[in-house]
Design a protein around this ligand. Sequence first.
Ligand code: THU
Length: 139
Amino acid sequence: MDLTQLIQKAQEAKEKAYVPYSGFHVGAALLCKDGTIFTGCNIENSAYGPTNCAERTAIFKAVSEGYREFKAIAIISDSKELTSPCGVCRQVMAEFCEPDFEVIMLSCDGRYGSATLEELLPYAFSLKEEKLATAPELS
Ligand code: THU
């Protein structure tokens, strides 16, 4: 994986963010297993609820173009802290990505860390048999 390229694409996508309400720009670059990269930015709405996060924009763009196999995603925002995906985006990732899907979280000044989807969303809900995570039972 060309991490530098993925990070650069996420940075470029961030510049496209439509954020008249929060002013908080987010960009994401999604790497498909075949090497194709889809980018996304956050797109806000005056009714707030319809706002779409950058990660979901990238995933939905990819799926709508026929891509469903993903390797990694890089996420960057205006924050000096590492940008961690929200819960809704983690659930959307769980719909299409394997537990070892790599989430690369960047700060605006270029630091980064990474975690697998399984680390970010353990016991993910799924209706797909092969993806079912069994929650531990309380005794
Ligand atoms: N946002 C993202 O794009 N990705 C995340 O994972 C967290 C939040 C956006 C949504 C909204 O436009 C802005 O950041 C502030 O919440």
